[in-house]
Design a protein around this ligand. Structure first.
Ligand code: FMN
Length: 403
């Protein structure tokens, strides 16, 4: 399998599957793990391992009635690159064991291992790995794979926090029920912080969250699942991060987010609304504020030319409904090429949203830290550049938009 690494300077490689290493009849026991190996972590950082654990705990299943009941402890083990609590500059290795790998669930997957599960990735695993693919719990295509990303993202978040950069994500829509959002100007960044993780969905519009949760319990009773949307806000990124052509920061973030399973769309700033806006409405207009170039609106979502403007980076992501549902669906058996009916009994999330936003935060952190390191490398190479150009726009770290 190719493509298990992300990043150019701050480079993360993950491995591991939903259940992982399976026993044969002669070789008893199960016990896979998820790994993240991070190259490019600077030396001398006092890494807070509890904070890595806290980030992984946000994503952990089995925390509420809308989550998959799989009981993974997701205990984080930092196994390299850290000496007496401080990074050494060597690769940071993080190991997380799968612990809830019971026969009853493995056999449920075994029963349908040759059948295409609608909405799932395995049909392409058949095309790429034939009969050798891991069929248990979706193997490497499982949402479980994302715990390694969250662990690595937590390291990135600590580096970014030292630079005054915060990344927060929350749920803004579930099954057509909309909540307030920063991008629409109906929720301030401060309210987002205040209401962060106050309910099972992490919808920071608390009234809308109640409606969403009531609706999701009906969806669950019907044996179905629901889609929705999250919003990500990054505050404090200096202007000029990202490269102007293929390695735009916007493109790196899109790559990071599009690599998470179940996403169906991403829009930055005013996003799809741009299709019906005039140039005079869409253009964010610059002003000088406290000696710095600022924009009074942020339709661009924090980017111009794909590089950061110093304003908040804001984007929304549409996330599809969990593919596993317990209603009968038509499908095909890949070994017999005969039609089949499938009615899932395996464990699943009713909505992916509360599991998804921590992964979105982590992948955004990886994209931003990598972009930032690239930008630092560029400035390091350009000693003739007057630093005044760099200092002209300070990153937004207070206040919201006036319009
Ligand atoms: C954190 C996370 C948890 C997930 N949990 C489940 C789940 O419990 N059941 C399920 O059917 N899909 C789950 N998925 C979604 C599938 O992994 C994904 O839809 C599938 O691999 C197909 O990929 P695609 O939707 O990008 O085409 C989860 C995804 C993520 C990111």
């Amino acid at each position: 399998m190719l493509g298990n690494s992300f990043g150019r300077v701050f480079q993360v490689t993950t491995c591991g599957e939903s259940y992982g290493w399976h026993a044969t009849a002669e070789d008893a026991g199960y016990g896979g793990s998820l790994f993240a190996i991070i190259n490019g972590v600077p030396a001398g950082i006092k890494l807070d391992v509890q904070q890595i654990q806290d980030e992984c705990d946000k994503r952990r299943p089995g925390q509420s009635p809308i989550d998959s009941p799989r009981l993974e402890t997701d205990r984080v083990n930092v196994v390299s690159g850290l000496f007496e609590g401080v990074t050494t500059g060597a690769p940071v290795g993080i190991l997380i064991n799968n612990v809830d790998t019971q026969d009853i669930h493995i056999n449920q997957y075994r029963d349908v291992k040759d059948v295409i599960r609608p909405g799932h990735a395995e049909v392409n695993f058949f095309h790429k790995y034939g009969e050798f693919g891991d069929w248990c719990g979706a193997g490497r295509a499982s949402g479980r794979e994302t715990v390694g990303r969250v662990a690595a993202g937590a390291v990135a978040k600590q580096i970014l926090a030292d630079e005054g950069i915060e990344i927060l994500s929350h749920v803004i829509e579930s099954h057509g029920i909309k909540g307030k959002s920063v991008s629409e100007g109906t929720l301030s960044f401060e309210e987002l912080k205040e209401n962060y993780r106050k309910n099972d969905l992490n919808c920071c519009d608390l009234e809308a969250a109640e409606k969403m949760l009531a609706d999701l319990s009906e969806v669950a009773k019907a044996g179905d699942t629901a889609g929705g949307a999250i919003e990500v806000v990054v505050r404090g990124v200096p202007a000029g991060v990202g490269e102007p052509v293929f390695d735009k920061l916007k493109a790196t973030i899109a790559h990071a987010i599009c690599s998470i399973g179940a996403m169906t769309g991403i829009e930055f700033g005013a996003g799809a609304k741009a299709t019906h806006m005039l140039g005079s409405e869409w253009n964010d207009q610059p002003v000088v504020e406290g000696g710095s170039v600022r924009w009074t609106t942020n339709h661009a979502g924090g980017f111009l030319g794909g590089m950061s403007t110093g304003e908040d980076i804001i984007f929304r992501v549409a996330v599809k409904a969990t593919p596993t549902i317990s209603k009968a669906q038509d499908t095909v058996d890949m070994t017999t090429m005969e039609p089949k009916q499938l009615e899932a009994i395996t464990r699943r999330d009713i909505t992916l949203l509360p599991r998804w936003y921590p992964v979105a935060e982590a992948m955004t952190a990886l994209a931003v830290v990598d972009g930032l390191f690239m930008t630092e490398a560029w400035y390091g190479m350009n000693k003739k550049l007057d630093p005044k150009w760099r200092a002209m726009t300070k990153p937004r770290n207070t206040g919201d938009y006036t319009k």
